[in-house]
Design a protein. Structure first.
Ligand code: PGA
Length: 251
């Protein structure tokens, strides 16, 4: 049984005060979350104060990225133990914006995956193709290669902690969602890759989220797909009302 994971990725948005106001309103209206897991990934500056507000709630806290060393002379970096220290249980790794603007290669993604798992964080590893890659018929090859490279050397016993997020880059922030059929097809391909790498028990257990313009009006049909086990939500996670609707998607 894969418990759906509905995650908000705030990206570079919200001050501490804005984050606190969101969480207070969100928790007040959240209601019953049985059978689903809810996660908020605010900017680093808001992690510590939001952990205080989320304590005792059913909402988990995650980071949007993590560095692969524990400590040392790495100006600007934040390590897995530091994220654990401020209440994070998850971290996104390899988001396409990290790959595009911050130089995160597959090799770096893999190092971050190892470090996150060793440090007790559940990584959400993001993969996805560009529009030209899809148009050229290379989407599956690109995504499978990213999955394989990102998971290189990760042992079977750590795989149940891993979440994969399929985020076609052309669907991120564009309002242009993958159709449920296209998303499901890629999710099935990813699950098949996990089967090849780790066997059917792990392939069945690992959650694969969809991301890319998930909104209140498309979440239900995406979540109805057999291999879609949650959503990684950017823009629509910034407003309480729309993120609540996504969390409470209708099965
Ligand atoms: P979006 O972003 O929902 O704004 O498209 C998704 C993501 O990048 O995780």
């Amino acid at each position: 049984m894969r418990i759906p994971l509905l995650a908000g990725n705030w990206k570079c948005n919200k001050t501490v005060g804005e984050g606190e106001a969101f969480v207070q309103e969100f928790l007040a209206q959240l209601g019953d979350t049985t059978g689903r897991e809810v996660l908020i990934c605010p900017p680093l500056t808001a992690l510590y104060p939001l952990d205080k507000l989320l304590a005792g709630s059913t909402v988990a806290l995650g980071a949007q990225d993590v560095f692969y060393e524990e400590s040392g002379a790495y100006t600007g970096a934040v390590s897995p133990p530091m994220l654990r220290d401020v209440g994070c249980t998850y971290t996104i790794i390899g988001h396409s914006e990290r790959r595009q603007y911050f130089g995160d290669t597959d090799e770096i993604v893999n190092k971050k995956m190892h470090a996150a798992l060793a440090g007790g964080l559940k990584p959400i590893m993001a993969v996805g193709e560009t529009k030209p890659q899809r148009d050229a018929g290379r989407a599956e090859d690109i995504v499978v290669a990213q999955v394989r490279a990102g998971l290189a050397g990760i042992p079977t016993e750590q795989m149940e902690q891993v979440v994969i997020a399929y985020e076609p880059i052309w669907a991120i922030g564009t309002g242009d969602t993958a159709t449920p059929d296209d998303a499901q097809a890629m999710h099935a391909t990813i699950r098949n890759t996990l089967n090849v790498l780790y066997g059917s028990a792990i392939a069945d257990a690992v959650r694969i989220q969809y991301g890319g313009s998930v909104k209140p009006d498309n979440v239900d049909e995406l979540m109805a797909c057999a291999d879609i086990d949650g959503a990684l939500v950017g823009g629509a996670s910034l407003k309480v009302e729309s993120f609540l609707r996504i969390v409470h998607f209708v099965e």
